[in-house]
Design a binder for this molecule. Structure first.
Ligand SMILES: [Fe+2]
Ligand SMILES: [Fe+2]
Length: 345
């Protein structure tokens, strides 16, 4: 099925809410906050705005000491590699979201994707702040581009990059759906062994500032996951014809591939070398995430026996409002008030 690029100035666009469509609609591009078809956007928007944070307000002085004195060699290598991967993910997200947005014809969803792109830019910048604080300029550059030389890292990034490129080069509904699914997998699976690693360091009384940066990023990523889950669900309602048995099988295969990649990656960078995490935990945690992500978009579980979270401590440490660093406690509650609206994904 063809897909039409969103018109920009369109004086003959539809103004009736009922005519609004996620794709192939006739949009005016007017941001009307009082007349939304997709009413969940109100909550999403509020959450997105409340989540605002500034990387430099997080104190990394302890991390500077810990990186040099407290981290084991294995932890330092894992820290560098995981950062290199996360930097790539947030950078490509910042660059790619506008490509998706060009084909989404519902103005309130365009608005969400724009806010998401802003947040991905902040995430990219937060890694620079971490590297500038913790590493030498040479080390910083080496980590930023490690993904170009590390074969396993490059393979991972290629899988995502190729899917995104495929849509740009060949925009049709099938490729859009795959790109949206790739986003969903990226937001819901790819970040997670990395997040787990940082929270585990914090559990072991190391790198508290880095964990705090990750916590804020994680909170934003949750809303991105929420956004893409809802886009998929709205498409299922509006365009059920896209979800053929063939494409549904492909989406399942994509998730399986994403989970497999994330586990392989976690085994490669973390493995059994870091106190508090091991290969089996990575395997069961990522498969558990794969299951709940599929369930959230109306699919069956894909891994039998992985329906319980084997790492509940990750969820506790990921909660930006329950874990407070000394620095965080000293701040007003402005950052914390976002909790009430968080969608349970
Ligand atoms: Fe991000
Ligand atoms: Fe994101």
């Amino acid at each position: 099925m063809n897909i039409n690029k969103k018109p920009l100035f369109n004086e003959f666009g539809d103004t009736e809410i009922s005519k609004k469509r996620i794709i192939n609609g006739n949009t005016t591009n007017l941001n009307d906050f009082n007349n939304m078809k997709y009413t969940w956007v109100s909550n999403w928007y509020r959450q997105g705005m409340n989540n605002f944070w500034i990387p430099e307000e997080i104190n990394l002085s302890q991390d500077l000491k810990d990186y040099n004195d407290k981290l084991t060699e294995e932890e330092r290598i894992a820290y560098d590699k995981i950062l290199s991967f996360l930097i790539f993910l947030d950078s490509i997200q910042t660059a790619n979201l506008s490509n998706i947005n060009n084909y989404i014809t519902a103005s309130e969803i365009n608005l969400c994707l724009t806010i998401q792109a802003f947040q991905e830019a902040v995430h990219s910048q937060s890694y620079s702040y971490m590297l500038d604080t913790i590493c030498s300029p040479e080390k910083r550059n080496e980590i930023l581009y490690q993904w170009k030389d590390d074969e396993i890292l490059l393979k991972r990034n290629k899988f995502i990059g190729d899917l995104y490129n495929n849509f740009i080069n060949n925009p049709n509904t099938e490729n859009l759906l795959k790109t949206i699914m790739a986003n969903y997998i990226l937001e819901g699976i790819y970040f997670y062994s990395g997040f787990m690693f940082f929270y585990n360091l914090e559990r072991n009384k190391k790198m508290p500032g880095s964990a705090q940066v990750i916590r804020y990023i994680n909170r934003d990523e949750n809303t991105h996951l929420w956004l893409f889950r809802n886009i998929i669900k709205e498409l299922q309602t509006e365009n059920p014809e896209i979800f053929t048995e063939t494409i549904k099988r492909e989406l399942v295969e994509m998730m399986k591939e994403g989970v497999k990649n994330e586990i392989e990656w976690g085994h490669y960078v973390i493995g059994d070398k870091i106190q508090g995490i091991n290969k089996e935990l990575i395997n069961s945690y990522i498969k558990y995430l794969g299951n709940i992500r599929m369930k959230a978009i109306g699919f069956d579980y894909i891994y039998e026996g992985y329906n319980e979270n084997p790492a509940k401590w990750v969820d506790i440490l990921a909660d930006a409002n329950s874990v407070k660093t000394d620095f965080f406690e000293a701040r007003s509650t402005a950052y914390a008030k976002a909790a009430a609206l968080i969608d349970d994904l």
